[in-house]
Design a protein around this ligand. Structure first.
Ligand SMILES: NC(=O)c1ccc[n+]([C@@H]2O[C@H](COP(=O)([O-])OP(=O)(O)OC[C@H]3O[C@@H](n4cnc5c(N)ncnc54)[C@H](OP(=O)(O)O)[C@@H]3O)[C@@H](O)[C@H]2O)c1
Length: 259
């Protein structure tokens, strides 16, 4: 049995890895021995992260990709294969949330955009990458969902529907590809201190209220999500598939208690 948390010799493609949770996952995977593809819409931001990794003795490559654009995803996968020959770990991390409001008021264009990017394109990206993993009888796919998938909200319904679909995609792909030894799982973080969630933690009053939800008494940091990704991608996670790991500071455990 190889070392439990060792990713030496593995190639990881992580979408949305120029900052936030994606960057933290990339850094943790490099630390565990993987070489990583840093990808987001802005090439310069990706190049800066790749340089940070390469300068520190790791191995990283920067490639731009907008996950809302299917052709861009196809190009990304092709470029990784051309350069490095394989993808052992796929982290579908980038997602969009362009609408804050009720499901009653959302217009069809915004709803379609969220579903197209966060649901359909996640699945197509998996479909582009998994068959080669299956041929090698080894591979790990991790989709970054959200605790929004597990509870109702007043203003994040469309985003939450898409995050719920991530969990169902992971379950189904896990079953479809299980015989080929490819694992597919989700990570569902709660509120994490990143740009995407800035509106929910920057204001001190709002931050204080948010912290009350978490038994740990604080929100999460991007690095605190990354360990779950390494666990799932490494030999440690080899018999775990179709699951969702909740990283929520204990919020789910405490919900509904009286004291
Ligand atoms: N933060 C939270 O509280 C929280 C909680 C639960 C789940 N999540 C999930 O965690 C994942 C990462 O979010 P985050 O909080 O780390 O966000 P973030 O800090 O804002 O980072 C988002 C990353 O994705 C890239 N990105 C944004 N839109 C993109 C697109 N259309 N195509 C490709 N890349 C894109 C960004 O770079 P560019 O701008 O250069 O494209 C950046 O690298 C998302 O799936 C989010 O839904 C976050």
């Amino acid at each position: 049995m190889p070392k439990l948390f060792d990713l030496t010799g593995k190639t990881a493609l992580i979408t949305g890895s120029s900052r936030g949770i994606g960057k933290a996952i990339a850094m943790a995977m490099v630390d565990a021995g993987a070489r990583v593809v840093i990808s987001s819409r802005k090439l310069d931001a990706c190049e800066a992260v790749a340089a940070e990794i390469n300068d520190a003795g790791g191995e990283a490559m920067a490639l731009p990709c907008n996950v809302s654009d299917r052709d861009s995803l196809r190009t990304l996968v092709g470029e990784v294969i051309d350069a490095w020959g394989r993808i052992d770990i796929l982290v579908c991390n980038a997602a969009i949330n362009p609408y804050f409001g009720t499901l009653q008021d959302i217009d069809e264009g915004a709803f379609d955009k969220i579903m197209e990017t966060n649901v359909k394109n996640q699945l197509w990206l998996c479909n582009m990458v998994i068959p080669a993993m299956a041929e090698r009888r080894e591979g790990s796919v991790i989709i970054v969902s959200s605790v929004g998938a597990m509870k109702g909200t007043k203003n994040l319904g469309a985003y939450s529907i898409s995050k719920g679909a991530d969990i169902t995609i992971a379950r189904n792909l896990a079953v479809e590809w299980g015989e080929s030894q490819v694992t597919v799982n989700c990570i569902a973080p709660a509120l994490i201190r990143t740009d995407m969630a800035r509106a929910l933690w920057e204001d001190p009053e709002r931050y204080k209220k948010a912290c009350e939800i978490y038994p740990l008494g604080r929100i999460g940091e991007p690095e605190e999500v990354a360990g779950a990704a390494v666990f799932l991608a490494a030999p440690s996670g080899r018999f775990v598939t179709g699951q969702t790991i909740i990283v929520d500071g204990g919020a789910d455990a405490s919900r509904g208690t009286y004291s």
